[in-house]
Design a binder for this molecule. Structure first.
Ligand code: FNR
Length: 345
């Protein structure tokens, strides 16, 4: 595919993501926290700090991978980087393949590091890249971690997408031991099953972003780009973020989880933490805020999320992420049925 087509596709992704709406139902609504009338804590006691391996984070939130590789995306990355810097939260860039292939486009990613020299920044590539390519992506940003995205349903529905996914595990295995920064394997809104997580664990992956269904939907987005729009029946493919985190429970030892996909508000983020995630990532909803209210609006939104998370911790009588990860939560509806069907306690 030539560069113009690739840039056009990226811009279409942004336009379609801005137009798309959240699913009417969410598995987050099937989870209920237990209210504590006597929390025995003060707002100022609450510590939201967390970590992803060696990476210390003041807040358990990050702006997830979206863009880069076109003029429009450079402006978006600059605004996201400014907001991430002011809020003190990590940010991932979108897939860097365009910037690695074409040096002229590299600036649309590099700008993130230029704006935020001391912040945590995650590089982003596909799972089929050789070691040298991954290293270039990291070096381009002096990145603190590398996200490797999995997006098979998106590729298959994308008219010009990849059709051969053989050998991905062995390619990932070659990368994981040779990088100087944590490698985070990330789904892109289709979630992960126990089977997938076991495969990743088996090749030595330690950091996983389960990237579940329920928010930005790349089957829908790619289907909109097809002339016949013939894949609409596949729009609910995959597992929600809630189900993915529950699937992960029995194999979580030695793994660090991040949660993203369909997180609508701080309560959803807190539910992810209670199911074992160390941090919650948001992409589409923050892009919409940026589009509608600009950088200042996004900074305000991020501050609100941080404050509201503290409020929720206090409502639950927990003072840290560790406490929240051990806090009971009641499962209902389809989530409960899923756990029964899959034998998850
Ligand atoms: C994305 N996402 C994404 N992910 C990735 O790993 N590499 C990428 O290049 C992109 N590109 C991209 C573009 C746009 C416009 C959006 C909105 C999203 C996926 C993103 O990181 C996330 O996994 C999903 O969007 C699900 O999270 P939300 O949007 O429901 O919070």
């Amino acid at each position: 595919m030539n560069e113009n087509k690739r840039q056009k596709r990226k811009e279409e992704h942004i336009e379609l993501a801005l137009q798309s709406e959240h699913a009417l139902t969410s598995d987050f609504d099937e989870l209920t926290f237990i209210h504590r009338s006597l929390p025995e804590a003060a707002l100022q006691d609450i510590d939201l700090s967390t970590s992803i391996g060696p990476l210390a984070m003041e807040f358990p939130l990050y702006i997830n991978a979206m863009t880069g590789g076109s003029t429009k995306s450079e402006a978006i990355n600059a605004a996201l980087a400014e907001a991430a810097k002011v809020a003190g939260i990590p940010m991932a860039v979108g897939s860097q393949h365009a910037g690695i292939r074409n040096a002229e486009l590299a600036n649309s990613y590099k700008i993130v590091r230029a704006i935020n020299p001391n912040g945590l920044i995650f590089a982003n590539v596909g799972a089929d890249v050789p070691l040298e390519f991954a290293r270039k992506a990291i070096d381009m940003l002096e990145a603190d971690a590398l996200q490797v995205h999995l997006n098979v349903p998106q590729e298959l529905v994308m008219p010009e997408g990849e059709r051969d996914f053989s050998g991905m595990l062995s390619k990932l295995e070659k990368l994981v031991s040779k990088l100087s920064v944590p490698l985070i394997v990330k789904e892109t809104g289709f979630g992960m099953s126990l089977e997938t997580i076991e495969q990743l664990k088996g090749i030595g992956i330690h950091y996983i972003d389960v990237g579940g269904r329920g928010g930005t939907n790349f089957v829908h987005i790619e289907n909109e780009r097809r002339s016949k729009k013939d894949f609409s029946y596949l729009k609910d493919w995959g597992h929600s973020t809630v189900i993915s985190l529950l699937e992960a429970k029995s194999v979580s030892e030695g793994l660090t989880f991040m949660a993203s996909g369909g997180i609508r508000n701080p309560l959803d983020a807190a539910k992810c933490l209670s199911l074992g995630a160390n941090a919650a990532g948001i992409a589409g909803p923050f892009l919409k805020i940026l589009h509608e209210f600009g950088t200042e609006g996004l900074i305000e939104e991020l501050e609100e999320w941080k404050q509201h998370l503290q409020t929720i911790f206090l409502l639950l009588g927990v003072k840290s992420i560790h406490d929240l990860q051990n806090c009971p939560i009641v499962l209902g509806g389809k989530v409960k049925d899923w756990c029964e069907g899959r034998g998850i306690d």
